[in-house]
Design a protein around this ligand. Structure first.
Ligand code: ISE
Length: 340
């Protein structure tokens, strides 16, 4: 059976998912697209040699009978209204991370979804599908490194535009570690704080803090530190070492051919995050489509996961505001709805 998908927001990740859904994932028909910038979606359709309805208004896309499933890849600010509209129309929805701008908005989404009596939504926390993170989790769960004590993470982007501010470094970049680390370590967060090191000269606005060091403590006492640096210049670099009582488990980097040349031994570092996590995105969408195509609830990261990440991110922003003060977290137990 072919699943009819409509994509709202044809920017960086939207056009990547358009390509993925039409070229890599089986049994999907992207019937409609929509972008707030006139002509943008059509241009991308042309570039990719595709045909679909191009709506100016996302409400029309959501209500089109030729759209069964909504994929939201619009800007962060627009996620909330789009997801709420898709849920109100009773359509399955995939929303890129972050689910919405803050915990309050995410809770509204959770409540709207619960009206359906079953999960309708998946959030694009694709690292849960990255084979290397799955392997890391299996090693931790197997007990091979003993109890985890600390984790050392790096989330570097080669560059981001000037307008990518301190808030986006948290809700758009660090949100991946905020989401993935409690899953990886099977523990909830107790508190969070943000250190602000010397600012890079690669951003002009003195109010933008880059890099940042996000430090989280879990209920059992595991310390997690995440260096977030979105203008590191040299590449896209993700590190995650988990240090346990009996050993260390390290997330591998994407294998690259080593080059021996000119008295150097070198391997490339990727620069594009879409390429770094390409297989994770593919596996994520294969799983999402496999479920919704059979009218089953999506099984990947949920609106509740989006909410937990947002509560934690809100506290990180508060820590920045308060000059690095530790913020206690009291993450509520997930409702039964999300455990089934
Ligand atoms: C982007 O939206 C992502 O999700 C990338 O994984 C992250 O590294 C980047 O900073 C974000 O802007």
């Amino acid at each position: 059976k072919t699943t009819k998908v409509g994509i709202i927001g044809i920017g960086f990740i939207g056009s990547d998912h358009l390509n993925r859904l039409t070229k890599t994932i089986a049994n999907v028909d992207v019937t409609a697209v929509c972008d707030i910038v006139p002509g943008k979606a059509q241009k991308v359709l042309d570039e990719q040699g595709l045909q679909a309805k191009d709506f100016a208004d996302y409400h029309e896309l959501i209500n089109d009978p030729e759209v069964e499933v909504v994929v939201c890849t619009a800007s962060n600010e627009a996620h909330y209204e789009i997801v709420m509209a898709a849920l109100k129309a009773g359509k399955f929805c995939f929303c890129e991370k972050p689910l919405a701008l803050d915990a309050k908005q995410c809770m509204d989404v959770v409540e709207e979804e619960q009206k359906h009596g079953r999960r309708m939504l998946q959030v694009g926390f694709m690292r849960h599908y990255a084979p290397e993170y799955v392997q890391l989790k299996n090693i931790i769960d197997s007990g091979q490194i003993g109890a985890p004590l600390m984790a050392d993470c790096r989330h570097y982007n080669q560059t981001q535009p000037e307008e990518y501010d301190s808030t986006r470094s948290i809700i758009e970049t660090a949100i991946h570690e905020i989401d993935v680390m409690h899953w990886l370590l099977n523990d909830d967060y107790k508190n969070i704080k943000v250190y602000l090191p010397k600012q890079t000269r690669h951003v002009q606005n003195k109010d933008i803090r880059d890099p940042q060091i996000v430090v989280m403590e879990t209920k059992s006492g595991i310390n997690i530190s995440v260096e977030v640096f979105v203008r590191c210049q040299y590449g896209y670099d993700i590190k995650c070492d988990v240090i346990g009582e009996e050993g260390v488990a390290e997330l591998p980097t994407v294998p690259q051919v080593a080059l021996r040349k000119n008295a150097k031994y070198s391997t490339e570092i990727l620069t594009d995050w879409k390429a770094r996590f390409e297989s994770a995105y593919d596996i994520e969408f294969r799983d999402f489509i496999a479920h919704v195509s059979e009218d089953k609830s999506p099984a990947g990261p949920s609106a509740w996961d989006g909410y937990v990440a947002a509560v934690t991110a809100d506290a990180a922003l508060k820590s920045i505001e308060e000059g690095g003060k530790t913020q206690d977290l009291d993450i509520p137990e997930s409702p039964k709805f999300y455990k089934e």
